[in-house]
Write a protein that binds this ligand. Structure first.
Ligand SMILES: [Zn+2]
Length: 314
């Protein structure tokens, strides 16, 4: 089965034509989350037309369009429920109508982290498992769950997709979601510069020389022996560990997948979280296996076929 897929991020959107477990063609479209989604979708439609032409693929042969969106999404109602300073017009758009009228295809939309987990279950590290949680460590923290082979969605479409907003520190910093001390507010790409800013002695750290600090700089400075970087890195690891235990206790998985840009350092992250779960998670049946996600930026795109073929119960 062929399908069109759009993975929306804060700074770019990836448009792809996929066939089952393979990506036939893809192109990254620059995006600005502050702009309107309607303008971006118009560019996506042009990109699909160009990709189809270049690869001699007829778009009408595709089964539909699948969109991964960074916010709360009702897959059943094909709409964005709530967005967090990204693509503010999205909740007002009739996406199904856009798909029909612009590309002549049915459309489904899902939270981007859920779609990535669907991709990993279909074609990646979670193949063969029915009970899986996934954490994506990036600008934010994605935390999603599949139970008994089904993505957890819930009455208000927000079950099992807010793993990054599990509070890990009740005295912690304010989060973009309106909460306090969420894992994401304490150890994600967006909060890392704030954590560093408030760290005692930060001005003497090697991290102070960077105009912007990400996990790449944090791990590099920690490797070089910088004490502040080592302490902040270890604090991030502990926060991810606490978040992982929270998700394991909530969702009863067999495996925990971890993805996101920081997993270039998987060898420093996976064993720490595995050891923490082995010691602190209450799982009398055995041990949750911690594994790196396999599909990287392709995960949500490869979720397209299972999303479009999913049968919705009445
Ligand atoms: Zn939050």
């Amino acid at each position: 089965m062929k399908a069109l897929a759009i993975d929306l991020g804060g700074s770019h959107a990836t448009c792809a034509i996929v066939q089952d477990r393979a990506i036939l063609a893809s192109e990254v479209v620059p995006a600005d989350a502050a702009e309107n989604l309607s303008a971006l979708l118009a560019r996506a439609a042009q990109t699909f037309a160009q990709l189809g032409k270049k690869e001699s693929l007829a778009l009408r042969d595709c089964a539909g369009i699948a969109i991964g969106f960074p916010g709360l999404v009702s897959m059943r109602e094909t709409r964005v429920v709530s967005t967090n300073a990204k693509y503010e017009d999205a909740p007002r758009l009739n996406l199904a109508q856009w798909g029909r009228e612009t590309l002549g295809l049915p459309l489904r939309i899902e939270n981007d982290a859920r779609l990535a987990l669907l991709g990993e279950a279909f074609a990646g590290a979670a193949q063969g498992f029915t009970d899986v949680i996934m954490m994506t460590l990036g600008t934010g923290i994605g935390g999603v769950a599949m139970i008994e082979g089904k993505l957890l969605r819930g009455k208000h479409s927000q079950a099992g997709c807010l793993g990054g907003h599990i509070p890990v520190l009740y005295t912690g910093r304010d989060c973009t979601c309106g909460g306090k001390g969420c894992a994401e507010a304490e150890a994600s790409g967006w909060s890392l510069p704030l954590v560093f800013r408030d760290w005692p002695g930060g001005e003497r750290s090697g991290l102070a020389k960077y105009p912007s600090i990400g996990f790449k700089e944090l791990f590099a400075e920690a490797d070089a022996g910088d004490e502040v970087a080592q302490k902040i890195r270890d604090r991030c690891l502990q926060i991810w560990c606490a978040d992982a235990v929270g998700m394991v206790h909530a969702y009863d998985p067999e495996i925990l997948l971890i993805g996101g840009g920081v997993m270039k350092r998987a060898a420093d992250i996976v064993p720490v979280i595995q050891a923490h779960l082995n010691r602190y998670a209450w799982t009398p049946w055995g041990k949750v296996q911690v594994r790196p996600a396999l599909l990287g930026n392709h995960a949500a795109l490869l979720g397209a076929v299972p999303l479009l073929t999913e049968t919705l119960s009445a």
